[in-house]
Ligand binder design. Sequence first.
Ligand code: FAD
Length: 471
Amino acid sequence: MSTIVWFENDLRLADNPALHRAAVDGNVIPVFIWAPEEHGAWAPGGAHRWWLHHSLYSLAADLESAGSRLVVRKGPSEDVLLSLAEETGASCVAWNDRYEPALRDRDAIIEKRLAAKGINTVRYQSVTLHDPDQVRTGKDGPYRVFTPFWKKFLSVVDVPSGLPRPTLRETSPSEWPNSVSIDELSLLPRPDWAQGLRDTWRPGETGALDVLQSFADESITDYDRRRNLPSHDGTSMLSPHLRHGEISPRQVWNHIMANVPDSDGKESYLREIGWREFSYHLLDHYPSTPQEPLNERFSNFPWMDDDRVLKLWQRGLTGYPIVDAGMRQLWHIGWMHNRVRMVVASFLTKDLLIHWQEGARWFWDTLVDGDLANNTMGWQWAAGSGADAQPFFRIFNPVSQGKRFDPEGAYVRKRNPELVRLPDKYKHCPREAPADVLTDASVELGSDYPLPLVDHAEARRQALTAFETIS
Ligand code: FAD
């Protein structure tokens, strides 16, 4: 029997149930189909495309060294799968489940159309540790609060061991179908703005396994103490690898359980993996949340529409150093520290009163780890409209957040070179520096570095007034 294995968010050989099963059953035809329009409003953004280009090269090389190939085609997916089945005589298409609502709907249609032509389909669960239907409340519904979700998760989910990399030498079809080259997908940015990404990341399965290994060996024990400090390399930076499925959450979980002695750091890290499970649980049960607030009350929130202010936030020119450092880090390396994501999201939605969807879209375009489940949950959490959300009236003060989590100012200094000569005391609040201190540091506010876009205390008052209109 020949099986087409349809890769999409699972660009790896190890612990890949669809690939593994197909290799046991007979011949394997691995295919990646580029069909960005099938993602609906959430077509892959620029940073995602950059990552994908390199990840596909890595997957193709890994398949070749295992004795197989990656067939690359341009969509529509349904047409490609049907014609590949005809060209190769494959009687089955296998893939690992996707939870993005547009892809889930597409997959359901494709499944029916393939069945109508007599082609079997097999789907596997591997993007999360649990099947989102497996963890249910006492009333048999989905959870909306993390802590009880996690407690239940730990009591009902048994994470199985991962699957080995399959040997594919004996599984090639007698003749390989045509493929376009990865370059023909034109995924790389023109003009080239990706230097910071190249300097920071190594997309692909080997890069992902190396990151996991060194984090588990060197950093996880201190994770609980350092995970909130953006100037430290205290988090794993595995998110883009997980996003593209170069490593499975099961591999991460099992590696840590098997190799890391118990500690607060280990427990805290596994809990963060739990937040990822929770976000997929939410997306699966509330598929409209990428577009709509989970808390319906927020449908009538009086968001402001101000393109100029939105652009200043996007470019890291708000005059609040921690916010600007975060936005510049995002632009430069396609990733931002979680603590700073929370601060910039709170600033956009509460200080600037701009709709969380604007922030979610910007993140989507610029993040190498842009993930519909995590991004939606993160933005709705920050805006106060999501599950287990930060209550709207808890508004982060960007100056005190900076002083608390970046006390030496190392993070803001690195990303805001204009402020490098300013004494540490004023790194998070240049506006409070006396005129002679600013002169000595060669900072003219409004010229070298922006004046604050809003006064936080006043902005906070306005946000609370806006909130009263929906309370
Ligand atoms: P680590 O701290 O090492 O955590 C390990 C893994 O756990 C992460 O790779 C991630 O898969 C998961 N994880 C950690 N924190 C969270 C969280 N709060 N929610 C869900 N999963 C989590 N994460 C994304 O992967 N993609 C996104 O598009 C995304 N958008 C976000 C938007 C906002 C506004 C906020 C506040 C958070 C967002 N996050 C997103 C969650 C989080 O910021 C990132 O997962 C984390 O910063 C990735 O870095 P890391 O791999 O070093 O994380």
